[in-house]
Design a protein around this ligand. Structure first.
Ligand code: PHB
Length: 398
């Protein structure tokens, strides 16, 4: 090295020290966190982000010394695959994130999948629930659910109570899965599907569909729409058109009685029966602690929902992968750890990732909307299926 080069190197090193550059051992792990803060049900993004931040606050001491996490938060603006793809590209190429996480909507997750494969960036899904998603990249692991997981057992249970059912679903991946899973189980159990309708994902006018359902006189109407404000719209239209008074029972996956919207739905939601893996009213000790911590942090009238629970568990798995690698993450080793993750103590009960599919294995609960201490809640009546693997993948095993 020539003298001036040595001088230059020294100056650069000195500048680094002066600017407080991190020591050789310090590690910042960047997580590109993509969810919806605007567009359809854009109020749901904060239910995920708040869970992630609460987890980080409570578990700072669980990271290896010198390791910190930087969350790069991005708004995908609702079901918008082009936007999601662009955000993932920027996060990977420009921001050089180690992991991607979040994502409410299936079309967005599908658009991001090939980028994860190409760049070898593990992607921790915290909502999007269409079964096929995890097959689109070996770098995807899902901590939320599949629609098959809730609506297949729902269909099995429903045949014990109803003979004739109608299905109404949003016309995209998770809706198609819910319709197919429920129909299969209900028919296998001897039930009859008297009508099926798919409605637009964004801004559907439910009234004409509800009228058609009413005219068909089913015993039950099985609905899947995205959780959030869309579910509240369904609930109101169902009651406005008098389907409850006509003797039609509203049933579905827990998306239609999402915990945070019960207060906006009001008493029309009373008696709605759903199957799901998480309820804020679940009386497991880990859930009580989770809900109490949430209220302490965000206010007594605030409640987490199933998107919060998945985000919480996803973070627990990320922290586990970080600890096991002492803060230096290799994508393939990270995937190995994530896909073998297990917890006996999730707010939703025992969970595990199925290493063969990278999808979550969890219990499904039958719930009814009831009043508890004057407030509407998804009261868990029974565990109707334990350690459920994604049924779609089980039925489609090669
Ligand atoms: C999805 O797009 O996969 C999705 C969206 C909202 C839900 C469930 C699934 O409530």
């Amino acid at each position: 090295m020539k003298l001036y080069q040595m001088w230059l190197a020294l100056m650069i090193a000195a500048a680094g020290v002066a600017l407080g550059a991190p020591s050789a051992t310090a590690q910042t792990i960047k997580i590109g966190f993509v969810t919806s803060y605007s567009g359809l049900n854009g109020n749901l993004g904060p239910y995920m982000e708040r869970a992630v931040r609460l987890y980080m606050k409570q578990h700072e001491q669980d990271l290896p010394p010198g390791v910190s996490i930087e969350l790069l938060v991005r708004d995908d603006t609702g079901p918008n695959p082009d936007k999601a793809k662009q955000l993932a590209q920027e996060l990977i190429v420009r921001d050089k994130v180690t992991l991607l996480a979040g994502v409410i909507f299936t079309p967005n997750a599908l658009a991001m999948a090939p980028l994860c494969t190409e760049a070898k960036v593990p992607f921790v899904i915290m909502n999007a629930g269409t079964s096929v998603i995890t097959t689109r990249s070996p770098y995807i692991v899902r901590f939320s659910f599949t629609l098959w997981q809730s609506t297949y057992p729902l269909g099995q249970w429903a045949t014990k109570r109803f003979k004739r059912a109608y299905t109404l679903v949003s016309d995209f991946g998770p809706g198609h899965d819910a319709e197919e899973a429920f129909t299969k189980a209900f028919k296998e159990g001897g039930g009859e599907i008297v009508g099926s309708v798919r409605v637009p994902v964004v801004n559907p006018d439910f009234a004409p569909y509800m009228q058609r359902v009413k005219d068909a006189k089913p015993d039950a109407l099985m609905v899947f729409v995205p959780a959030g404000k869309t579910a509240t719209a369904v609930m109101k239209n169902f009651a406005d058109l008098g389907l409850d008074k006509a003797g039609v029972k509203l049933i579905g996956p827990g998306d239609i009685t999402t915990d945070e919207e019960l207060v906006n739905m009001g008493d029309v939601a009373l008696g709605v029966l759903t199957v799901h893996h998480y309820s804020a009213a679940g009386d497991r000790a880990a859930n009580k602690a989770f809900v109490a911590a949430w209220k302490k942090e965000y206010g007594a009238n605030e409640t987490p929902n199933f998107l919060s629970a998945a985000s919480w568990d996803g973070m627990d798995a990320i922290y586990y992968a970080i600890r096991e690698q002492h803060g230096k993450l290799d994508p393939d080793r990270t995937m190995e750890l994530l896909k073998n993750y297990k917890s006996a103590n999730s707010p939703r009960g025992p969970i595990a990732i199925d290493p063969a599919t990278r999808d979550i294995v969890q219990n499904e609960y039958l719930r009814e909307v009831r009043k508890v201490n004057g407030q509407l809640a998804n009261v868990e009546l029974e565990t109707i299926a334990t350690a459920v693997k994604d049924p779609w993948k089980e039925f489609n095993k090669k």
